[in-house]
Design a protein around this ligand. Structure first.
Ligand code: PLP
Length: 405
């Protein structure tokens, strides 16, 4: 029998968060080396526990989760989601416009497959969260990356977006708050993004999974709330705000001008039907979670874990020569810049390997986020403050005499 090859489209798919640097870290761990893994935004592995409100809700209702549920999700869960997005100002919504899925990760494919095919293009931020770029590849379509500008707080570069629109462009993705930059976009930027979508007849996708993880008094605005005349799909979930990544609990909600998207939504429904329903147990947590913003908010203020971890990280990072960064106002990521001339860096993956081998700390190189230059990397700020500071001190020591060969 001939060797079995993977399909052409798989050659473009890459997931560096669990890619070569991750595999090397796993190999080192098997050999007994204690590696601090700052690769994924997975709070549960850093000692964040399940909020009690969610535990009680699941245990009390577990029998309801025995059968397959509605392909869109359980009614009580969708009602809670609907009410949540009403408070965020999403226009023209109801509980029927919601699809609950096994994490946003599942829903992205569900949303893109019925929209995109070979020859189609979709605008995706750079840096991005690679799920989106990969999912466009899986549709056989082309991700076209627009620049988010580090000099302007990592906001999307609107001229760059405009310059990349072609007759084949079908959709524009906004990740706000952003992974990997932690940026939160102000209303005036969102309004201009909506203008572009309006002008060019683009479907708007807004990934807002970090909308409840905003700090420093910054306000998050839901993109769809600003454009009732457009077709917008907003993505959200509990993985981050309620520390339950392993539950695989996300949803998407369609808002605005739903009339124009009827055919497309029928396609989404076909795909949702193919997999019967999302895991029902995790849906039991949704009403409790959305009714409990307090456990999330407590992490984001002075004295709260996420706030203090960011502060600890930035305090040391501020003293590292050859590294600059834009402080995040949301989520638990920053995307620092390396002075590549100073360190002679020409390969960001090599930089990540070298740091891992010498200091046993794993970071993800910028290329994992569709960043074209070898001058960035992402830090996940989830370890407790003293561990976070120690990791940044290790980076400082490592860079003190680093010159890439
Ligand atoms: C921007 C963004 N979207 C989606 C996801 C996936 O979330 P889920 O756990 O709901 O699949 C992540 C996970 O890190 C993310 O950062």
């Amino acid at each position: 029998m001939n060797m079995i090859q993977k399909s052409e489209k798989m050659k473009r798919v890459h997931s560096d968060i669990r890619g070569p640097v991750f595999e090397e870290a796993n190999r080192m761990r098997k050999n007994g080396i204690d590696v601090l893994r700052l690769n994924t935004g997975n709070p549960g592995v850093f000692g964040f526990g399940l909020p009690e409100s969610l535990r009680a809700s699941i245990l009390d209702h577990i029998d309801e989760a025995v059968p397959y549920c509605d392909l869109r999700g359980m009614p009580a869960a969708r009602q809670a989601i609907y009410e949540y997005h009403l408070t965020k100002g999403l226009p023209n919504i109801n509980a029927e416009d919601i699809f609950i899925g096994n994490g946003v990760s599942e829903l992205v494919t569900m949303a893109l497959l019925p929209l995109l095919g070979p020859g189609d293009e979709m605008l995706i931020p750079s840096p991005d969260y690679s799920l989106w770029t990969n999912s466009v590849h899986l549709c056989g379509a082309t991700p076209v990356h627009y620049v988010c500008d580090e000099q302007s707080c990592w906001y999307p570069d609107l001229d760059d977006i405009r310059s990349k629109i072609t007759p084949k462009t079908k959709a524009l993705l906004v990740i706000n708050p952003n992974n990997p930059t932690g940026a939160v976009y102000p209303e005036e930027i969102l309004l201009q993004l909506a203008d572009i979508a309006r002008e060019h007849n683009l479907v708007l996708f807004s990934d807002e999974i970090y909308d409840r993880l905003v700090m420093d008094g910054v306000k998050h605005t839901s993109l769809g709330s600003l454009c009732p005349d457009l077709f917008c799909v907003t993505f959200n979930g509990l993985s981050k705000s309620h520390i339950v990544c392993g539950f695989r609990c996300g949803w998407m909600i369609i808002s605005g001008n739903k009339e124009v998207g009827k055919e497309y939504v029928a396609g989404i429904q076909q795909i949702a039907a193919m997999r019967l329903c999302a895991n029902a147990i995790m849906q039991l947590a949704i009403p409790a979670a959305l009714g409990d913003p307090e456990s999330t908010e407590a992490m984001l203020v002075p004295g709260g874990r996420l706030y203090e971890q960011r502060e600890a990280c930035c305090r040391v990072l501020d003293t590292v020569e050859g590294v600059t960064y834009v402080k995040n106002h949301a989520a638990f990521y920053i995307f620092p810049k390396l002075d590549i001339k100073r360190f002679n860096i020409h390969d960001d993956q090599q930089f990540a390997f070298d740091f891992l081998h010498e200091k046993h700390v794993m970071i993800i190189p910028g290329r994992g986020f569709s960043w074209p230059e070898p001058d960035h990397f992402r830090i996940v700020m989830l370890p407790e403050p003293d561990k976070m500071a120690a990791a940044m001190t290790a980076l400082k020591e490592f860079l003190a005499d680093y010159r890439q060969k």
